[in-house]
Write a protein that binds this ligand. Structure first.
Ligand code: PMP
Length: 766
């Protein structure tokens, strides 16, 4: 017998005695299921339920007051029987712990779980849930703002237990549901109508007879919460009946709605809430299995929970929502046109050389924080998009854009405060003498302008670029992008462009601690060759960590050496921070700051507007003066008030939400986790990066470092199946890029690590 059962066994005798002494009830005691001690007392005059709390902390006052209110409104809930001294409960000490005993009426009927659900019963279940909410409207008992382990709003607390499930099918289902909970349920219930909820209207707490509900018991989990949670919880138990389908659930929802109108936004939450309850039950169950595998009641739902999860998890949340809406006579949620018609129209009207990401085309209809939501209702964790730096559709940024768009949008030929404040704030993040800003509309335009500045300031024409680099889509930027001109459809290298070897300490020519200066000497050699051929260097373009090149951190001293050689030859050093800037590196706000160098020109793009099109170039007064040769520089949209408000709001969020620090701590968590996975997965050749700009280099052989693009592709596909978006890059296509919005959290990182682990195990096994 287990500890808990032993504890309860010793209670049986005491319980009978308490019933006799405090209530004058003398009868046969039979234990009932439940978290605490519950027993039925059968006396010649009737049946009662004795409930004893034994954990010393449960306060039953809230439950008692809710029961009382529900009874006043005619709901079939048990009432407490006063003790002989007129109290509603009796307190006593057992094994030094304060316990409370109550006696409640024993209601008729049997557990919903033990009968087959007819449509009438389902209708009655929906009705009673709504009646509970109606009866409790405006009721504000003290102590209702609380939580407990079954609180579906707090289901994330059980997420890390997923790792105890050893079969992929169950773990993947749990991962998906927990992500659905984080991305859909949590933001949704925060906005949904609240009240006092039952909190556990399950198939043992709903008592039924003749296809009708005759009792609702065990309000031990009642609390203040989003009302829709109660419906979701009950749906989770309806799902557990074999043969249950969406229509079964819709019958309950329709009956609920007929009494208490669900708000539009609540429809989206029902199905994810139901799945969340199933997942939480499975995870709590796994925990309890460790504590007590033979507990009398804890594991009664284990099998049906997992079975229901597998039966329902493949249903598109949007389909479930639609079914529920139809059951309530509500119009369809707008999911937009179907995917096939979008594909047809796209093929007709858009150029063929614009690829679609992630294999099966995804139709995204909403972005929020670190998640993208597809039209089928599934959320995806976006680990790819370093544009939405502060999270998709960050409210502060959205608000700044819409406020300014409603006030004034002009161009930079008028005086405007915002653009100047932005210049002051952005240059304050950079070392002197970088103090003059130009605004354009993209990273490409910014690099194009940087080239013009460099040519104007140096009188030279040529550019040095690093192999594998991408600097943009304009003709000059393509010419400076070996990634493009040496890639498919490329037309080769121009005479004014000089390509440097990637300073790659994993696969390159130099791999030791002096690699930085050795690669730096290569820069000097390249300059020497160019000069001997009568060329003159205007600029050396370098990303502060190589992105398209395969997420390659630059070795120490490389940038300092390279910049010195370039400057000695009369050229300028241009830092392309389009991918890595704005705190992503964690240890520094700008990537070049990791290398103790000061560029002559800094190029900003992508995260600067969190998705709003803006780019910028920051340079020194001296270079700006050289550029100011009489020809006007003007960009119609560049630096407009809306873009500047947007960029300012992005800076606010980076600062106010401590996102640089977050990039550091979460980046460390990810890199440590990936390195730990390296021991189990020989295909992980290298894990590298800074902050939240990381790369996983997949290899066929750790010794030869032969790239494994097929494993990289398989991994990206498998991760997309788990709801995590990643991408590959690098000259061999074997490097997984990780560069998420900085607002993701530790549980996203942990989920990613678990999914990589499982995916690689599968890929290597296959
Ligand atoms: N520089 C780098 C390093 C980039 O990654 C990119 C875009 N991927 C660009 C410049 C060009 O930016 P945009 O697409 O905004 O023109």
């Amino acid at each position: 017998m287990t500890t808990r059962d032993t504890k309860y066994a010793t209670l049986d005798e005491l319980a009978s005695e308490i019933a006799r002494r405090q209530w004058h009830l003398d009868g046969v005691l039979t234990r009932l299921p439940g978290e605490n001690y519950n027993a039925r007392i059968s006396t010649p005059d009737g049946r009662y339920v004795l409930k004893i709390t034994t954990d010393g902390s449960t306060d039953v006052t809230l439950e008692q007051s809710v029961l009382h209110r529900l009874a006043q409104h005619g709901l079939p809930v048990p009432q407490t029987l006063p003790t002989i001294t007129g109290e509603h409960l009796h307190r006593f000490l057992h094994d030094g712990i304060e316990c409370t005993a109550r006696i409640l009426d024993h209601l008729p009927g049997c557990n919903w779980r033990d009968v087959e659900s007819t449509p009438d019963l389902l209708l009655d279940i929906g009705r009673i849930l709504a009646d509970v909410h109606i009866a409790l409207t405006g009721f504000t008992p003290p102590g209702a703002r609380r939580t407990h382990q079954w609180d579906v709003a707090k289901a994330q607390q059980h997420r890390s237990r997923i790792e105890v499930f050893r079969d992929d099918r169950t773990s993947n289902a749990l991962e998906y549901i927990m992500q659905l909970h984080a991305a859909v349920v949590l933001p949704g219930i925060a906005e949904a109508p609240e009240g006092i909820i039952h909190g556990d209207a399950n198939d043992e707490n709903i008592l039924v007879e003749n296809d009708a509900v005759v009792g609702l018991v065990d309000l031990g989990d009642c609390m203040q919460g989003a009302l829709v949670q109660d419906v979701g919880i009950t749906l989770a138990y309806a799902m557990q009946e074999s043969g249950a389908d969406l229509q079964t659930l819709a019958t309950i929802v329709g009956a609920y709605h007929a009494r208490r109108k669900l708000e539009d936004a609540e429809f989206e939450l029902l199905f994810p809430l139901a799945l969340s309850r199933l997942a939480a039950s499975a995870l709590i169950g796994a925990d309890r299995m460790d504590v007590d595998p033979d507990h009398a009641t804890w594991h009664s739902h284990t099998k049906t929970t997992i079975d229901a999860m597998h039966r329902f998890v493949h249903i598109e949340p949007a389909t479930a929502e639609l079914t529920f809406r139809e059951a309530c006579g509500r119009t369809k949620a707008d999911r937009g046109p179907d995917r096939d018609s979008l594909l047809r129209r796209r093929t007709r009207h858009m150029g063929g050389n614009l690829s679609l990401a992630h294999g099966t085309p995804l139709h995204m209809i909403r972005g929020r924080g670190q998640y993208l939501h597809a039209s089928d209702g599934r959320p995806y964790l976006d680990l790819v998009n370093n544009v939405c730096h502060v999270g998709h559709c960050h409210p502060h940024v959205v608000d700044a854009i819409s406020r300014q768009a409603g006030r004034l949008n002009t161009n930079t030929r008028y005086l405007h405060d915002t653009i100047l404040t932005y210049c002051e704030r952005i240059t304050a993040t950079m070392p002197d003498p970088l103090s003059v800003c130009y605004f354009v509309n993209s990273g490409s335009e910014a690099n194009e302008l940087a080239l013009r500045l460099a040519r104007a300031a140096t009188g030279a024409h040529d550019a040095l670029v690093i192999d594998g680099a991408y600097h943009g889509s304009t003709p000059n930027c393509v010419a400076m992008s070996p990634y493009k001109f040496n890639g498919k459809g490329g037309s080769g290298q121009r005479d004014w462009v000089h390509v440097l070897d990637m300073p790659d300490i994993y696969r390159g020519a130099y791999r030791d601690e002096d690699a930085g200066s050795a690669y730096g000497l290569d820069v000097a050699d390249a300059i020497g060759t160019a000069c001997r051929n009568g060329r003159a260097i205007a600029a050396f373009f370098a990303e502060s960590m190589l992105s398209c090149g395969g997420q390659i951190p630059l070795p120490d001293d490389y940038l300092a050496c390279a910049a010195e050689h370039v400057r000695n030859a009369g050229g300028l050093y241009i830092a392309d921070e389009v991918q890595v800037g704005f705190g992503r590196m964690g240890d520094a706000f700008w990537g070049f700051q990791l290398h103790d160098v000061v560029p002559d020109i800094v190029v900003l793009g992508k995260p600067i507007g969190n998705g709003h099109p803006i780019g910028a170039v920051v340079t020194t007064p001296e270079i700006a003066e050289a550029f100011d040769n009489g020809m006007e520089f003007f960009s119609t949209f560049g630096g407009n008030p809306v873009s500047c408000e947007c960029a300012m709001a992005v800076l606010d969020v980076v600062e106010n939400e401590g996102l640089q620090d977050r990039a550091r701590t979460l980046g460390t968590r990810m890199i440590d986790g990936l390195r730990a996975l390296q021991t189990a997965h020989p295909s992980i050749g290298d894990v590298r990066g800074h902050g939240l700009f990381l790369g996983i280099d997949l290899v066929r052989n750790r010794v030869t470092r032969e790239p494994a693009p097929e494993i990289a592709e398989g991994l990206v596909r498998s991760m997309a199946g788990c709801g995590i978006l990643m991408s590959t890059d690098g000259p061999h296509g074997n490097v997984i890029k990780i560069k998420p919005p900085l607002v993701l959290d530790a549980s996203d990182i942990d989920m990613t690590l678990r999914c990589i682990d499982r995916s690689l195990t599968r890929l290597q096994d296959s």
